[in-house]
Design a protein around this ligand. Structure first.
Ligand SMILES: [Mg+2]
Length: 282
């Protein structure tokens, strides 16, 4: 259903960004399984047939896109490796632009190898020289230790630039809301150092600009689809894009209705396929 109370005027979109968890799929973190949400496959297939560019940006930083995209294709979702992005993709872009020659990573091997593939040299807490790393990046790190937090805090206090993949406390899974490790780790480092991290994933403006660049259009021409007002819709509003909320993830219709203006979507739908019926695609 397209909910009529969300009727704010919006421009036409020339490209679409999809969130993954709660929007196209629901994952089961424990088993590493994905379940595709209703109509997701046919919606992407239809966009492809119409020649409307789309991509997916997840805040999940655990795996490089080249490992995650084939698993999505196995479910029937027509997402190429080159059309799937994570906060690591945005982070690598920022690190290269700012000339950081080494980045201390609090994250799994998957995070480090993703950055390495994107041309960023990394080190881990405890490595020689880690305490003076010019940048610190916190991502998916379920095995984080107090020593990791200590080393990162030291590096931040030594003047290292502080980044995180995600500052979101929870995300949607098959078994309900799941814990966002980066948010908790950054909370500890911020408490010690008094400094907050710069977010590379959603809802940062950097992520929004990155998406528009990848689609080859302006930010206001992007339709941003997601299940979380604090993540996708906030980012859409920051960049002047078109925000569409779905009720298949963490946010119910009532909760969407309560979102403040800076996080309020232009439209709310119950099924991802309804983006084709909104009259907002150029
Ligand atoms: Mg989501």
């Amino acid at each position: 259903m397209i909910h009529p109370q969300f009727d704010e005027p919006a421009g036409k979109a020339r490209g679409v960004m999809f969130d993954l968890d709660g929007t196209l799929i629901l994952s089961n973190r424990e088993l590493g399984e994905y379940r595709v949400l209703p109509s997701a496959v046919e919606t992407l297939t239809e966009l492809k047939a119409r020649g409307i560019p789309f991509l997916a940006l997840t805040n999940g930083s655990a795996y490089p896109a080249a490992r995650q995209a084939p698993r999505l294709r196995a479910l029937g979702l027509p997402i190429d490796d080159g059309n799937l992005f994570t906060p690591n993709s945005v982070a690598a872009n920022i690190f290269r632009q700012r000339g950081f020659d080494k980045v201390m990573v609090l994250g799994t091997e998957g995070v480090r190898s993703a950055l390495k593939e994107l041309g960023v040299a990394t080190c881990q807490p405890g490595d020689p020289g880690a305490k003076t790393a010019p940048a610190i990046y916190v991502a998916w790190h379920p095995d984080c230790t107090m020593e990791d937090i200590h080393a990162a805090a030291e590096a931040v206090l030594n003047g290292g630039a502080f980044f995180t993949a995600s500052d979101v406390p929870f995300f949607a899974t098959q078994s309900g809301r799941s814990f966002g490790f980066s948010c908790a780790i950054c909370g500890a480092i911020a408490r010690v150092t008094g400094l907050e991290p710069e977010v590379t994933g959603k809802p940062s403006l950097q992520a929004m600009q990155f998406i528009a660049d990848q689609l080859g259009i302006d930010m206001h021409e992007v339709m941003v689809l997601g299940d979380d007002p604090k993540v996708e819709t906030e980012m859409a509003r920051l960049g002047g894009a078109i925000g569409v909320g779905v009720t298949t993830g963490t946010t119910s219709l009532d909760e969407w209705a309560q979102a403040e203006q800076s996080r309020r979507p232009h439209r709310v739908i119950d099924n991802v396929r309804e983006i084709l019926d909104l009259g907002l695609l150029a």
